[in-house]
Structures are given as structure tokens and as C-alpha cells.
Design a protein. Structure first.
Length: 351
């Protein structure tokens, strides 16, 4: 077990694992800063009702990109691998852990035996840290959504790493190779690059399936669900899946908006600029409105009735959130795009 390893509880698995790996490499960065630097906040809604059992809606960027972008913007060298051979994937993990390397793993929640059965469902995008062995057939893992480190059998971890289905992990592992020394200018640079991308993507992508336009698209289509589906249960399932993606898939609540607000608050303190605190407060308010949507939707789902008036009411909340996010991120982009970005120095060897 690496001497510098310390289990960290996190709001979101990928940003939590990334923060853990960077900290162990001698570059302490909070989860909120990692999330913002990696441009984790986003919104996507594809024009189809079902993909793998539910609406194709996401409140965040593509899985895996938070780690990659955070490392790139912080000048961190990393290695990421996927495997066709399960044996090769497990052997490489064992070799890295034997050397004292902290390793991030993409896994399936369904096969992680240490999780309560009610939390285990086919979701292949969960991230954990492997930090040691408790025996030849047992791994020591740090799962950022749990209070304490856990142990996992070799059989269970193998199944989780090589699960089939949507977004298969393919044994994906990743770890830090080299990291720079901590420096204020390094963080300022990374913060500006992350905020610039997020604010641009949320406000300025001209396609209706991305950013604030996608939120409005979701609201428009949500109003039609009671009329579109003959069976009311189908409309309720659509609504329930949106709420699940917003509140239950390790988002930190309200579709990552609270985590994004925490990033803006920390960024403002780092940069010494008052606008960031205002943006943080605005995004927190938007998160509260998303949460109100979830609460009202839950009551609709519990009623078992897909009334057009009820769906129109929650769709209006979603539409309001889209408008507020458009205004927030458009204003942010106009400010951030003009701020000078410090140059990046060469990284030193990771600790």
C-alpha cells in the first residue's frame, strides 16, 4: 500500500478518483477544481426516446474526459490502457499495484460485490482506485462514493472491469506518470482553460442537442410524452430516467450543478475575482430549480398518472433552467475568453 495513499469521499466517482491520483502524485487539487478544470459540466439530449432502456440525456461531459483534460491542463503525464485479454488486464494491474502505483479503474457497478445489492445495476461507468492487495485473490479498493476503503475478490473485480453492455470498460485502467510541482499559476491556467471550454460549450454550440439548446429540446419533448405514448407508464419511465440521471448517478445532486458551483467558488478565491462568486451563486440557484423539477417529477411518477398538465408544469421548470444556464454561461464566456492564460512549465517527476 502506498504510504501517501488516503481514502477520499467524493460527490462524483471520476472527479473523486482523479483528485485522489493527483494528490498522491504530489499535486493536491480538490474534487471541485478537478471537475471544473476537466470541464465536467455539460448537457446532452439526443433526439430519441430510448437508448439502453431510457432517454439519452446526460448532465455531464463524456466519461473519461474529466481525467484526461484535467491532467492535460495541469501538465500531468498519465497512462491509460484498455484490453482485449482479461488475463493481461489483471496481470498489468497487479504489476502496477506491486510497484506502489495508485491505479484508477473503470468498472461496472453491477459486479462490485461490496456494494449493497439494491445499488447494483448495469452501469459500466463507475470509477474506483486500486491501491493494494489483501491476499492473492483479494484487492484493496478505494471507492470514492463510500465512507471507507473496501476489499473486493479477484473474480468480482475481473467481472466488473470486463463487463459487457453499454459503454463496456474493456479493462480500462489509468494512472499518473509525472506531475508538476504545485504552483498558483499552474492552477490559474487550468481553471481558466476549464471554465472557458465549459462556458463556451454550454452557451455557444449551435446544435440543438448540446448545451442550453438541448435543455430546451428536452422541455419541448417532455411536454409531448403524455400524448406520444399510449401507455402512461412509458411516459413516466421517460421522466423517471431523467430524474435518475440528474440525482442518482453520482452527480453530487442536481445534475452536477452544485459541484460546478463549488468549482466556481474555489476558482474565484484562487483568481481573486468577484465575478466567480456571483456565477457560483447563480449556478447554485439553477441547481435548486433542477432539484425542484426532480421533486415534482417524483410526485408525478408516484401518482402513476401521466397528465398533460403535470408534464407541462415540470417541462416549464426545465425550460427555465435552460434559459438561466444560457444567460449564465454566455456572460461567463465573454469574461473568461478575454482573460490571459499563463504559460505551462515542464512537469517534474511525480512523487
Amino acid at each position: 500500500m502506498p504510504l501517501k495513499f488516503q481514502h477520499q469521499l467524493a460527490a462524483h466517482c471520476e472527479s473523486g478518483v482523479t483528485s485522489c491520483l493527483l494528490g498522491a502524485a504530489g499535486l493536491p487539487v480538490s474534487e471541485a477544481l478537478v471537475f471544473g478544470i476537466g470541464s465536467g459540466l455539460f448537457f446532452v439530449h439526443l433526439p430519441m426516446d430510448k437508448l439502453f432502456g431510457g432517454p439519452t440525456t446526460s448532465f455531464r461531459s463524456v466519461p473519461g474526459t474529466i481525467f484526461k483534460k484535467a491532467c492535460k491542463r495541469l501538465g500531468v503525464r498519465y497512462e491509460m490502457r484498455t484490453y482485449r485479454s482479461e488475463d493481461k488486464g489483471m496481470a498489468d494491474l497487479a504489476a502496477l499495484v506491486e510497484k506502489g502505483v495508485l491505479v484508477g479503474l473503470q468498472s461496472s457497478v453491477y459486479w462490485l460485490e461490496y456494494l449493497p445489492r439494491r445499488f447494483r445495476f448495469p452501469f459500466n461507468l463507475h470509477n474506483v482506485v486500486a491501491y493494494g492487495r489483501a491476499g492473492p485473490e483479494t484487492w484493496k479498493l478505494s471507492d470514492p462514493v463510500l465512507d471507507e476503503p473496501v476489499e473486493c475478490s479477484d473474480v468480482s473485480l475481473r467481472r466488473a472491469r470486463f463487463a459487457k453492455g453499454a459503454f463496456p470498460p474493456k479493462g480500462r485502467l489509468y494512472h499518473v506518470v509525472e506531475a508538476p510541482q504545485p504552483a498558483p499559476e499552474l492552477l490559474r491556467r487550468a481553471v481558466l482553460l476549464g471554465a472557458r471550454e465549459t462556458s463556451h460549450h454550454m452557451s455557444s454550440i449551435p446544435f440543438s442537442i448540446f448545451g442550453w439548446r438541448a435543455i430546451h429540446l428536452l422541455a419541448k419533448r417532455m411536454e409531448r410524452w403524455p400524448r406520444r405514448f399510449k401507455d402512461p407508464k412509458d411516459a413516466l419511465v421517460q421522466l423517471a430516467t431523467i430524474v435518475r440521471m440528474q440525482e442518482e448517478i453520482g452527480t453530487g445532486g442536481a445534475g452536477f450543478r452544485y459541484l460546478g458551483a463549488a468549482f466556481l467558488q474555489e476558482a474565484g478565491q484562487l483568481l481573486g475575482q468577484s465575478e466567480w462568486q456571483l456565477w457560483s451563486e447563480q449556478l447554485t440557484g439553477i441547481g435548486d430549480r433542477w432539484r425542484e423539477f426532480a421533486a415534482r417529477s417524483a410526485r408525478i411518477i408516484k401518482s402513476g398518472e401521466a397528465k398533460a398538465a403535470d408534464f407541462k408544469e415540470v417541462a416549464e421548470i426545465v425550460r427555465e433552467c435552460g434559459t438561466r444556464e444560457r444567460d449564465l454561461f454566455a456572460g461567463m464566456f465573454e469574461v473568461v475568453r478575454k482573460l490571459p492564460v499563463p504559460e505551462l512549465s515542464q512537469p517534474t517527476k511525480a512523487a
